[in-house]
Design a protein around this ligand. Structure first.
Ligand code: ATP
Ligand code: MG
Length: 249
């Protein structure tokens, strides 16, 4: 499969086996997937089918046994740990179900820190962080600590942090999994807006309401992709004149 400029992600022949106590677990059994810039892909499928494994490999958090992963034309597979860390900072915004916020720092600092680590000047990082917090509707919480936020607000903070370095891919593993329905609805609305603004999003979800916001639903079973369907959101996207590459920033 040829990777083109408009492809945010190209995955070919991806395989991953975990050594378990009894028998090896073949978590990914040959995954091929291309995601164009600006797509919002929801990955669904039964528990244990390999969704998180796929996301972790794309994020460069774990290493594949076979196959290749290319993000915005750069190869993720076969890199050293240092190189991978650089790739992650440049291309990946990662959001997990359990937030991973830095509790001892302010909301603002949680978003500023990744940019400063990536080498951006603090003042610029702060301006961007404030813009993001405003965009995500928690600008008034900048000086608070994460502990005082609601679940939905915490997840929005985690998304703000993931977007701090203008990632090629926003990757999320069950971002609404720990939220009540109101909190989940907030996140869905936010994802819709980010998608409309051109952010490429790949997320794993069990939640049909989240998947309904996506432009494509990819279904996995037993370590393979068994279906890939453009949703009505995707059809609208394709019909709109001149696919926008503008980013949410
Ligand atoms: N580090 C690991 N060591 C051993 N087995 C693992 C490891 N990580 C995942 N697995 C196994 O690989 C398979 C795929 O796991 P994965 O976490 O990708 O599933 P999932 O689709 O995300 O499931 P869920 O919907 O429950 O989160 C499972 O059988 C799991 O037990
Ligand atoms: Mg999982």
């Amino acid at each position: 499969m040829e990777s083109t400029e408009r492809d945010a992600l190209t995955v070919t022949g991806l395989r991953k086996t975990f050594e378990a106590e009894n028998a090896p677990v073949r978590a990914l059994r040959g995954i091929d997937l291309t995601v164009r810039a600006g797509e919002f892909v929801a990955v669904m499928g039964p528990s244990g089918c390999g969704k998180s494994t796929l996301l972790n490999l794309v994020a460069g958090l774990d290493v594949a046994d076979e196959g290749t992963i290319t993000v915005a034309g750069e190869t993720v597979t076969g890199r050293t740990e240092d190189d991978l860390a650089r790739m992650r900072r440049k291309h990946m915004g990662i959001v997990f179900q359990f937030f991973n916020l830095l509790e001892g720092m302010t909301v603002l600092e949680n978003v500023v820190l990744p940019s400063v680590i990536a080498g951006r000047r603090r003042k610029i990082a702060e301006t961007r962080a404030r813009d993001l917090l405003d965009l995500l509707g928690i600008g008034d919480k900048a000086a608070a600590v994460p502990g005082v936020l609601s679940g939905g607000q915490r997840q929005r903070l985690a998304i703000a942090r993931a977007l701090a370095n203008q990632p090629t891919l926003l990757l999320a593993d069950e971002p609404t999994g720990a939220l009540d329905s109101a909190g989940g609805a907030e996140i869905i609305e936010l994802l819709r807006r980010l998608h409309q603004a051109g952010q490429t999003i790949i997320l794993v979800t069990h939640d049909q309401a989240v998947a309904d916001a996506a432009s494509r639903i990819v279904t996995m079973r037993d370590g393979r992709i068994v279906n890939s369907t453009d949703t009505s959101a995707g059809a609208q996207e394709a019909a709109s004149t001149g696919t926008s590459t503008a980013q949410a920033r």
